[in-house]
Design a binder for this molecule. Structure first.
Ligand SMILES: *Cc1c(COP(=O)(O)O)cnc(C)c1O
Length: 352
């Protein structure tokens, strides 16, 4: 607290990111990072961008990266937006598209940044409860609202909506923007990007952080019709016209273009999610049907806080999100490498 803070700064409840510990030999399964390294072509492209041209500002339009992304998904460059992590892209979407007179609606249990953004930007909003099995009922997202945002798969539940239900959501809200946050879509879901040409109210947000192993690079993107992208550009150019560095632009473009590299890590994580879920079931856990790179589990006997603390003593960190009573006894565990998952299961066997 400081008497110099603005009223705004006083009133904020900032997002608390998962711990990034300084001790290096921990098994880190708390922030959904990818256990595989990024494509070697990413590192080479970034090294190539580290030259005397760093004295120059990067391309403010991020044109080459947007063109590569457009080619990759089959859209036009003016239907693609990029930003400094998808968190920044989301922030622009909240300001440019989701701040309306009627309440913005999003799931009651969802990505923890949404409630933070609505407070920061003063956005009228309403949280919609999940079904008892923690899934999203799209029929709850209709009627009078100022816009809809939800992750698909949802976080931290991992529950996936099939594309047909995203379509129903779009049809139910023809006069409002629907933002689908696809941070985890590459781990078993079907992207709504294919619906962009058909729906003028759809914005799909994705990130390089999870499936492309580039959380440290800070690059995210959005796909939508040109009029929506132009709205995001207006906010971006009123805030920071150079959100991506020269290295980030080069690295992200190389990642998109290395199509062959992309599939193996995603497939391996999907298979390991399956194996780990089976092992956790045998240890007395139940879980949602996650289609993300994490599982969301609850133990039949032991409390989540107790398990998290015992894991931590054994050098394994997982995420215990305490924000909602109906999920307070659950843990979100990222799918790590094979040896990390083995260490997790070994530690759990001791604890249980
Ligand atoms: C991880 C995550 C993001 C943020 O990703 P960055 O691109 O790293 O900012 C956005 N939405 C959801 C649901 C996430 O889990």
């Amino acid at each position: 607290m400081s008497r110099f803070w603005s009223k705004l700064a006083h009133g904020l409840k900032p997002y608390v990111p998962g711990e990034q510990p300084s001790i290096t030999n921990l098994v880190k399964l708390n922030t959904n990072e990818n256990p595989y390294p990024p494509s070697p072509k990413v590192l080479a492209a970034m090294a190539g961008a580290m030259d005397a041209d760093l004295r120059l500002y990067p391309d403010p339009s991020c044109g080459a990266l947007r063109q590569s992304l457009a080619d990759y998904v089959g859209l036009q460059k003016d239907q693609v937006f990029v930003g400094n992590g998808s968190d920044e892209v989301l922030a622009h979407a909240f300001q440019a598209l989701l701040k309306q007179d009627e309440p913005l609606i999003f799931p009651e249990i969802t990505y923890g940044f949404y409630p933070v953004f609505v407070d920061l930007f003063g956005i009228n909003h309403r949280a919609v409860p999940l079904a008892p099995d923690l899934s999203i009922l799209v029929s709850d997202y209709a009627g009078n609202n100022g816009g809809v945002i939800l992750p698909n798969p949802n976080a931290p539940t991992g529950c996936l909506l099939p594309l047909q239900q995203i379509r129903e959501l779009l049809l139910a809200n023809p006069d409002r923007v629907v933002v689908i946050d696809e941070a985890y879509i590459d781990f078993g879901g079907e992207s709504a990007v294919a619906l962009v040409p058909e729906f003028d109210n759809l914005l799909v947000v994705q990130t390089f952080s999870k499936s492309r192993s580039l959380a440290g690079l800070r690059v995210g993107m959005a796909f939508g019709q040109a009029h929506l992208i132009a709205g995001l550009e207006r906010v971006k150019n009123s805030f920071n016209p150079y959100p991506l560095s020269r290295e980030a632009l080069a690295g992200a473009q190389a990642a998109v273009e290395d199509v062959d590299y992309f599939n193996m890590p995603c497939q391996a994580i999907i298979e390991r999610r399956q194996q780990l879920s089976q092992q956790l079931l045998e240890l007395g856990f139940s879980m949602t049907d996650s289609k993300a790179n994490f599982v969301f589990v609850e133990h039949e006997r032991l409390a989540a806080a107790e398990i998290a603390a015992a894991l931590r003593e054994r050098g394994v960190i997982v995420r215990h999100l305490t924000s909602h009573p109906s999920t307070v006894n659950r843990l979100r565990i990222s799918i790590g490498s094979e040896s990390e998952c083995e260490a997790l299961v070994a530690a759990l066997r001791e604890i249980i």
